[in-house]
Design a protein around this ligand. Structure first.
Ligand code: AMP
Length: 280
């Protein structure tokens, strides 16, 4: 597995791979890798001749300094996991390499950036769009793999690629969960032992909602979830929204949408967790 820190090096590697007619799969990450990331890598390895993973903690997508400072960094372990998963190359640039100048680009994201995460993390999705566009320009993959764990992010990347006519196929990948249902996340390692024990409550609530949605209106179901969280002292629910899977607009009647997801964010102690479930 090759490791590159400089844009020119990874670009040369991609050019020489494409000269050999090899297809390129790409998995952008912020490191602190877990099985969720590795499933993306595995899918890319299966579907492409070479797979490139980027590891870059993107400062401009953090709206909270403590979250950025405390973001786990486990490069040595990450590289071992990627090597075992048959990743071909890793791109691990410095902040200066990615942002030599102050970043001022603003992307139009079709309003998909406004609800949910967008409301609570202003500027987050523009930061995501800037880094993903820049990484796409550098890596120029044929296929790029994104997890449904970050449901709103995936919708925004799909919008960006379409609106800018970027010739890259975006491949959505299912959420990978721990055995007890907790969605895998790099932030899970910041949970205390007790918080980790109660964290699966999030998925239990989502699953109940999925199984029983027909007995509720969308408004009642949202209130039911909010009510469940309000009974849990350790959790602070930031939002729960029942949305159309494409427009991310709130669903009022089940008949109005073909595909519906429930998305939520909650603090468990100091750690902010997000999760979502497709209800149909
Ligand atoms: P991150 O390192 O958190 O920026 O995530 C990098 C990619 O891995 C994103 O496309 C995420 O959606 C995806 N990802 C993170 N956690 C999971 C998970 N539990 N299941 C599936 N994909 C995930």
């Amino acid at each position: 597995m090759k490791i590159f820190h400089k844009i020119t090096e990874i670009k040369d590697f991609v050019i020489s791979s494409k000269d050999k007619k090899l297809s390129v799969g790409f998995v952008p990450t912020m490191g602190a890798l877990h099985q969720g990331h590795i499933e993306l890598i595995k899918q890319s390895v299966k579907e492409n001749d070479i797979t490139i993973c980027s590891i870059f903690v993107n400062p401009i997508q953090f709206n909270n300094t403590e979250d950025l400072e405390k973001y786990p960094r486990t490069l040595d372990a990450d590289l071992k996991m990627l090597e075992s998963a048959n990743c071909s190359a890793v791109f691990n640039p410095s902040v200066e390499e990615m942002y030599p100048n102050e970043e001022t680009t603003i992307y139009e994201l079709g309003g998909l950036d406004l609800p949910m995460e967008g409301k609570f993390r202003p500027g987050h999705f523009n930061g995501v769009a800037v880094v993903v566009k820049r990484l796409f320009d550098i890596v120029t993959p044929h296929n790029a793999y994104f997890g449904e764990k970050d449901f709103q992010q995936l919708a925004i990347i799909q919008y960006l690629v379409k609106s800018l006519n970027i010739p890259i196929e975006i491949i959505p990948c299912s959420i990978v969960r721990e055995v007890d249902g907790l969605a895998m996340s790099s932030r899970n390692m910041r949970l205390t032992e007790n918080e980790r024990k109660i964290a699966p409550f999030i998925y239990q609530a989502l699953q109940f909602a999925k199984e029983n949605y027909k007995n509720f209106s969308a408004k009642e179901l949202k209130e039911w979830i909010e009510n469940q969280f309000s009974k849990q002292n350790e959790f602070k629910l930031e939002y729960v929204e029942i949305v159309d899977s494409s427009s991310l607009k709130n669903v009022l009647n089940w008949e109005d949408s073909k595909h519906v997801n429930i998305c939520l964010a909650a603090f468990l102690g100091k750690v902010r967790l997000i999760d979502n479930i497709k209800i149909f």
